[in-house]
Design a protein around this ligand. Structure first.
Ligand code: 5GP
Ligand code: ZN
Length: 118
């Protein structure tokens, strides 16, 4: 592991050095339950490639982002919230409240979510 990824919580979850409740995994993506769920369904979908934030995306990363969304769509179906509805969130930097600097797509659902977000 590089120093950057050794210090990254989500890279350590990918490396199975820190346990997580994993719901889906393939060679490029991992999905696991959020440790502090904000809704009955709260899943984080992350690329295995360490990218700190959406602002750091490069053109060659476009496919991985669409894969995150497609896996979120499939997990929402599995969890039975596709009909009732759900929200996909990507927090970028301070004003959005980004706390973990490894891109993660939040899948939130199972209750009515308010808008606008706080
Ligand atoms: P952010 O605010 O960066 O968009 O979201 C970070 C998310 O990661 C939060 O919802 C938080 O609960 C979740 N999280 C932080 N540490 C851990 C952890 O060790 N394990 C899991 N499963 N989720 C975590
Ligand atoms: Zn990372």
């Amino acid at each position: 592991m590089s120093e950057e990824t050794m210090n990254c919580l989500f890279c350590r979850i990918i490396a199975k050095q820190i346990p997580a409740d994993i719901l889906y995994e393939n060679e490029k993506v991992l999905a696991f339950k959020d440790i502090n769920p904000q809704a009955p369904v709260h899943i984080l979908i992350i690329p295995k490639k360490h990218i700190s934030r959406i602002s750091d995306l490069e053109e060659s990363d476009k496919d991985i982002i669409s894969e995150l969304i497609f896996i979120a769509k499939k997990l929402a179906e599995e969890k039975g919230i596709a009909e009732s509805g759900y929200r996909l969130v990507l927090n970028n930097n301070k004003d959005a409240g980004q706390a973990v600097f490894h891109i993660h797509l939040h899948l939130l659902g199972g209750r009515k979510l308010s808008w606008p977000p706080g």
